[in-house]
Design a protein around this ligand. Structure first.
Ligand code: SF4
Length: 199
């Protein structure tokens, strides 16, 4: 994504007005390094048209809209789902909404805090009901979850032994796959966590 943003910056297309004027093929070519570039071009075009239609092209006016109203507006746009809408609201608009992504869901499930089929909204409400509605807190909290998901709670392997969240792992947590080259045979006396957590 960084390369695509650098491309847009070099082409002087990072402003809403410039994006509105730019042709879709040109935007697609610049967005190509980020993957799914055709879909992203359509979403970007849809967003800037909405921005001009509903908010006079002003990001300040856009983000001054009440959170629930703006969230509904974003969700009505092509290519924008709950995670993208909440990311826009939190990171760009500084609205207090928690972003649920694959890292968040994985950590909640592994800690027995969410069912595998829990909906996006159920997980979002879990954070909203447990934490003060503060965009700075949500921003940092989510960034820490992403860091933990990338470096410890990976999809294929959970490196619980050195994870900062290890102390919160329930003793009856299911076994998670550990890195194959580091897996050690459990001793009969070993506790459940050492079965799960050896790295
Ligand atoms: S303690 Fe283990 S299961 Fe929990 S977040 Fe860390 S790596 Fe994931």
């Amino acid at each position: 994504m960084e390369r695509a943003i650098a491309n847009l910056r070099r082409a002087r297309l990072l402003s809403p007005a410039a994006m509105l004027r730019a042709s879709s093929p040109k935007l697609s070519a610049l967005l190509r390094p980020s993957g799914y570039f055709r879909q992203k071009t359509k979403t970007l075009k849809s967003f800037v048209r909405f921005l001009y239609r509903e908010h006079c092209g002003s990001l300040s006016k856009l983000f001054a809209t009440p959170t629930s109203v703006l969230r509904d507006q974003l969700l009505s746009l092509r290519g924008i789902g709950p995670e993208t809408a909440d990311s826009i609201l939190l990171y760009a608009g500084k609205h207090p909404v928690f972003v649920i992504d694959a890292y968040t869901r994985r950590i909640l499930e592994r800690h027995g805090l969410a069912q595998p089929k829990a909906s996006y909204e159920e997980l979002r409400q879990l954070f909203h009901s447990a934490l003060p509605l503060d965009h700075r807190l949500f921003n940092e909290f989510h960034a820490l979850i992403v860091h933990t998901g990338k470096h410890f709670c990976r999809k294929q392997t959970a490196i619980c032994s050195t994870c900062p969240l290890r102390q919160f792992l329930p003793s009856d947590a299911p076994l998670f796959p550990t890195a194959p080259e580091k897996r050690s045979a459990p001793s009969p006396a070993a506790g459940r966590q050492s079965l799960v957590l050896s790295s």
